[in-house]
Design a protein around this ligand. Structure first.
Ligand SMILES: Nc1ncnc(NCCc2cnc(NC(=O)Nc3cccc(C(F)(F)F)c3)s2)c1Br
Length: 273
């Protein structure tokens, strides 16, 4: 295994570089592990913030879950360490940065780019679900782009093994399926719903149930109030796929392996992903 897999780390093992981004709990820096010259991303979290948000257990779960995941479309979490005040996550560096910035810049993606991203995310989720892991927080902010333009799912802070399912809500509602906003039992099909939301947002630049008020977003989700704007022009085949994923009854959502056989994916996704 690479030197990065060493057990006990501390800050002096790394040269810290430029800031890469800021998350809700802390900043991310480019860093180089001194012995191996391995480039990584170092996320710095403040213990005080983790304690007051009572999310330490979620962080432990993320580290545990991520230690078993190996997939080209899942950002690696190599390990972690802590000092008096902070916890540090040693992460794979995604050289082309955050997908949501790319989406803001382009406004929306071409059908080929959208389909390529959706197919690679479907393959990563098939892998996760095969290991009884549901991500539960699939949204542009949690997607990064690797050096070859490939998509990487990051931040398993909300993921769970599908044996224990309960959790509290926080952050945007936009990507949550009906059963989660209604806080009822949920399973891996929540990720199919979120992938459908993502597919819509890749093509139109906004999520389908966006509204000014939380209460309106909530209502549009539970009613599956799905509308396709006249602009930009999107193929009927793409709308068909989205309509098969954004289905209220979770058991009726298009299974991920069927998604990979959908005509829109077959005709538009770049096989290399
Ligand atoms: N170019 C880049 N290349 C690589 N990484 C980059 N950014 C970091 C992406 C992340 C991957 N994994 C993460 N995980 C968490 O943040 N976990 C987290 C954090 C706080 C609380 C919690 C919890 F306690 F609530 F679970 C869980 S952030 C960038 Br920009």
């Amino acid at each position: 295994a690479s030197a990065v897999a060493q057990k006990r780390w501390n800050l002096s093992d790394f040269d810290i570089g430029k800031p890469l981004g800021r998350g809700k709990f802390g900043h991310v820096y480019l860093a180089r592990e001194k012995r191996s010259n391995h480039i990584v991303a170092l996320k710095v979290l403040f213990k005080s913030q983790l304690q007051q948000s009572q999310v330490e257990h979620q962080l432990r779960r993320e580290v545990e879950i991520q230690s078993h995941l190996r997939n080209p479309n899942i950002l690696r979490l190599y390990g972690y360490f802590y000092d008096q005040k902070r916890v540090y996550l040693i992460l794979e560096y995604a050289a082309r940065g955050e997908l949501y910035k790319e989406l803001q810049k382009c406004k929306y993606f071409s059908e080929r780019r959208a389909a390529t991203y959706v197919a690679s995310l479907a393959r990563a989720l098939i892998y996760c679900h095969g290991k009884h892991v549901i991500h539960r927080d699939i949204k542009p902010e949690n997607l990064l782009i690797g050096a070859q333009g490939e998509l990487k799912i990051a931040d398993f802070g909300w993921s769970v093994h599908t044996f224990n399912r309960r959790r509290t809500m926080c952050g945007t509602l936009d990507y949550l399926p009906p059963e989660m906003v209604e806080s009822v039992e949920h399973d891996a099909s929540v990720d199919i719903w979120s992938l459908g939301i993502l597919c819509y947002e890749f093509l139109y630049g906004v999520p389908p149930f966006e509204a000014m008020e939380h209460s309106d977003t909530y209502r549009r989700i539970v009613q599956v109030d799905l509308k396709f704007p006249p602009k930009p022009i999107v193929s009927p085949s793409a709308k068909d796929l989205i309509s098969q994923m954004l289905v209220k009854e979770s058991s009726q959502r298009l299974p991920l392996h069927k998604l990979l056989e959908h005509p829109w994916i077959v005709q538009n996704a770049d096989p290399s992903g």
